[in-house]
Design a protein around this ligand. Structure first.
Ligand SMILES: *Cc1c(COP(=O)(O)O)cnc(C)c1O
Length: 356
């Protein structure tokens, strides 16, 4: 995929920090590359987009994002192939989703071409920060927040759009344990669950912490009304395999975040001739399938973790063991294929990569 090359002014850092990175000790999202992108919205338009050294930003105490939460983000990754080529996976879908999130939060849209050009320009400048190690990548975090200096509830008239990047390794080092949540809610119909809005994640921390105290990694969220239908897990979409078919909650309701990893793997497995059912998935159906030994695979899908195979599902006071990870033919095949495309080991026949 190509974008037209408009360019932004670039102020380079005086001294790159890349030499000091301890690649074998990377923790997700803790260190940042040398540069960042920043652009401002005022008087009805975006202007002054530029790449500058990574630095703190000044903040007015009445800045509206802090008080009322007009703040959205995206997450995507750049991968380096053995030949040194850099691939960014389906960034046009992130650009589109960012615009959708902006609309829902009453924020101005960043034109999709501008979003893509900013990502491209920043990764070009910091290309040494894309790790050339298997399983590693440069996580790219575009975000936008309201900057009016005004303590009153109304949509801000000024915003900042920024992009930072962070080299990362493997997200989950072991198969995950998830707990079915029957009290707390991630998103309700009519709410903002479909948007990558900052507040959704703040609101999920307390319930997630409760399950973590009980030895789980993440929650398996259910619908807000009856807690009978499965929606997604943590910040991943959820996928099951029963009777050879791939089964996943449909995204028709606005409570589920429309994941790019999930969309990609659905397109892929359909090509492989696997039947996909996107529909309501009840807790009861999944628990029954586990008990009867019919659940073949279960995994989370998201940019951060890619494919996270689920080892255990907690339901009320029980911990239900899923089939051994070695037997997970489908999730292993999907992960292997997606990694091979991202790291440029096989031909990108679907045109998913934006190459730098
Ligand atoms: C970002 C996110 C996902 C995964 O989306 P990808 O585009 O695959 O990274 C799933 N659920 C939630 C709640 C998310 O925030």
């Amino acid at each position: 995929m190509q974008t037209n090359s408009k360019s932004f002014p670039i102020q380079l850092t005086e001294k790159s920090q890349v030499e000091g990175v301890e690649w074998d000790k990377l923790e997700f999202g803790k260190i940042f590359s040398d540069h960042m992108f920043i652009m401002e919205y005022a008087d009805g338009s975006w202007s002054n987009g530029e790449i500058v050294p990574f630095q703190a930003i000044p903040m007015h105490p009445a800045m509206s994002a802090i008080h009322y939460g007009q703040s959205i983000f995206e997450g995507l990754k750049a991968y380096k192939s053995k030949t040194g080529q850099i691939n960014i996976f389906r960034p046009e879908l992130n650009a589109h989703r960012f615009a959708e999130s902006a609309k829902r939060m009453c924020m101005p849209e960043v034109p999709e071409a501008l979003f893509l050009e900013a990502v491209r320009a920043l990764i070009e400048v910091d290309q040494n920060w894309v790790p050339a190690l298997e399983g590693y990548s440069l996580y790219i975090r575009p975000f936008m927040f309201a900057t009016d200096h005004f303590v009153g509830i109304k949509p801000s008239e000024t915003y900042k759009f920024m992009i930072l990047t962070s080299p990362v390794g493997v997200y989950y080092s072991e198969p995950v344990r998830v707990k079915i949540e029957e009290h707390y809610t991630r998103a309700a119909v009519g709410g903002v669950g479909r948007a990558k809005a900052a507040g959704n994640y703040g609101a999920s921390l307390y319930p997630a912490k409760q399950c973590q105290l009980n030895g789980f990694h993440q929650l398996l969220w259910t619908d807000a009304v009856e807690h009978k239908y499965i929606e997604e897990s943590g910040t991943m979409n959820i996928i099951f395999q029963i009777g050879g078919k791939l089964i996943t909650p449909s995204e028709d309701s606005d409570t589920i975040l429309r994941g790019i990893t999930k969309r990609t793997l659905i397109e892929l497995v359909k090509e492989w001739g696997i039947v996909v059912e996107e529909r309501r998935v009840s807790v009861e159906e999944i628990i029954t399938a586990i008990r009867e030994g019919k659940l073949e695979d279960a995994f989370g899908a998201g940019t951060a973790a890619t494919i996270a195979q689920i080892a255990v599902i907690g339901y009320r006071d029980e911990s239900l063991q899923l089939p051994p990870i070695e037997s997970r033919v489908l999730s292993n095949r999907i992960k292997t294929y997606l990694d091979a495309v991202k790291y440029g080991e096989i031909e990108d026949v679907y045109g998913w990569n934006m190459t730098i």
